[in-house]
Design a protein around this ligand. Structure first.
Ligand SMILES: Cc1ncc(COP(=O)(O)O)c(C=O)c1O
Ligand SMILES: *[C@@H]1O[C@H](CO)[C@@H](O)[C@H](O)[C@H]1NC(C)=O
Length: 416
């Protein structure tokens, strides 16, 4: 009811008046002229009109607090003044020239982006979408290792292009056509829903409601999941592989966190088989997890390839693969070309986003606001039957709704 609705903080930004077609007409165009594979949410789908930092305004001027940020893409705020200004300035100067010529912004950006990364992750390849970045990461892994097989987690989303769809392992995104040749899935080490998990497995202010009797420094669940990973290596792939791809926290599947130490051990096993380790930082990058700038750092590993998208451009269509000089060289043996990747506009936007993250202290904000939210949401988990799990790190938060919550009261008290 209205009386129970939380009040939103004040905002003195006034959106422009909506001047386009009426709502009903928009729905009609949607039905007739827009591909039906683009699904809409809510009984009455939103018609959004303007954005200002954390706020969105619909066609009637109604204000929303945007917690979704366009599927975790608007990393520094809608129309962030600094980013908007950089884009406007570049728009009046040079939009496009092929990247076979030099232009300043791609060089400035490549230097700036890699300054946020440890050695040997120093070579950047810019693309236009995350799917394209993951396609390229797979391609480079295969070219570099001269092996074919890539391991990915069940539940993963890495893109919708025919190549990346082989990695995407959520049934509802699969289509009944051949894809994923050379991609093998392995068990997701999900400490809430999976067969093993306990009360200290994950790197989060909130643990599962499961019990465990592991002593300090031991994680039974991790050992079991690593056995599963070894089983995949023994049974599903040849002796040598091209690589392994994982997000540091699995995004689309509900911010699933693996046991601490899992990725580190898995990376070692993959490298023993000649494979490279790919970290999909599309959702976990750019300070979102709060404690670190990149998700892989929260696992104390250094990948061989990382892929970036979404928050990299605050909504501007751009993405990147960052890797080592040696791996990048594998693609230089023959011609490879991308018309828009690394265009001047994208590069100035990318640079301004990095500046905004630093100037607005957004990594710390993710940590402070995210930790507060996680702890408050955990109270709802303890209170309501339908909230099974609350998890995550920084502003990457998952809440799992369940119909079968069985939590003995003493467990809840013991965990508090
Ligand atoms: C983790 C992850 N990787 C890759 C992608 C694909 O990015 P794009 O939609 O830009 O192709 C997504 C998109 O949701 C994603 O969440
Ligand atoms: C994998 O194979 C090795 C070598 O044969 C064996 O020692 C190990 O027990 C196997 N592990 C699993 C989990 O199947």
């Amino acid at each position: 009811s209205v009386s129970m609705r939380a009040k939103m903080p004040p905002c003195n930004f006034v959106p422009e008046k909506y001047r386009s077609y009426p709502y009903e007409h928009m729905l009609k165009i949607r039905e007739q002229n827009i591909a039906p594979s683009l699904r809409m949410y809510y009984k009455k789908p939103l018609l959004l009109h303007q954005g200002h930092m954390q706020w969105l305004f619909d066609y009637e001027g109604r204000r929303y607090l945007d917690l979704f940020a366009g599927i975790v893409t608007v990393s520094v705020g809608h129309c962030h003044p600094k980013v908007t200004m950089a884009a406007q300035k570049q728009l009046a100067c040079l939009w496009h020239t092929t990247n076979i010529y030099m232009h300043p912004s791609i060089h400035e950006y490549a230097e700036k982006l890699t300054s946020f990364l440890p050695d040997p992750l120093k070579v950047v390849y810019l693309t236009n979408s995350g799917s394209e970045a993951n396609d390229l990461a797979m391609f480079m892994a295969r070219l570099y290792t001269r092996n074919f097989d890539i391991i990915c987690f069940r539940g993963a989303y890495h893109g919708g292009s025919p190549y990346a769809l082989g990695l995407t392992s959520i049934g509802s995104y699969k289509h009944g056509v051949a894809n994923g040749i050379g991609c093998s899935t392995t068990m997701l080490p999900d400490v809430f829903r999976g067969p093993w998990g306990g009360s200290n497995c994950r790197d989060s202010p909130v643990q599962t409601v499961r019990r465990c009797s592991c002593s300090e420094g031991v994680c039974h669940a991790n050992e079991q999941y690593i056995e599963q990973f070894k089983d995949t290596l023994n049974t599903s792939v040849p002796k040598t592989i091209a690589g392994f791809i994982a997000e540091p926290i699995q995004g689309v599947n509900g911010a699933v966190q693996y046991p601490k130490g899992f990725l580190k051990e898995a990376y070692q096993l993959v490298r023993e088989r000649g494979g490279v380790c790919i970290s999909d930082e599309v959702q976990t990058g750019f300070g979102r997890t709060g404690s670190h700038f990149w998700g892989f750092q929260t696992h104390d590993v250094v990948p061989d390839i990382i892929t970036l998208a979404k928050g990299i451009g605050n909504g501007f269509p751009m993405a990147a693969v960052v890797t080592t000089k040696e791996i990048a060289n594998s693609l230089a043996q023959n011609l490879h070309f991308n018309t828009f990747g690394g265009n001047p506009l994208a590069c100035v936007v990318g640079s301004a986003v990095l500046d905004a993250i630093e100037e607005d202290n957004l990594q710390k904000n993710s940590k402070d606001v995210g930790t507060y939210m996680l702890l408050e949401l955990a109270k709802l988990r303890d209170k309501f039957e339908i909230v099974g799990d609350v998890r995550g790190k920084g502003l990457m938060i998952g809440i799992e709704m369940v119909t079968d919550k069985v939590v003995p009261l003493q467990v809840l008290f013991q965990l508090r």
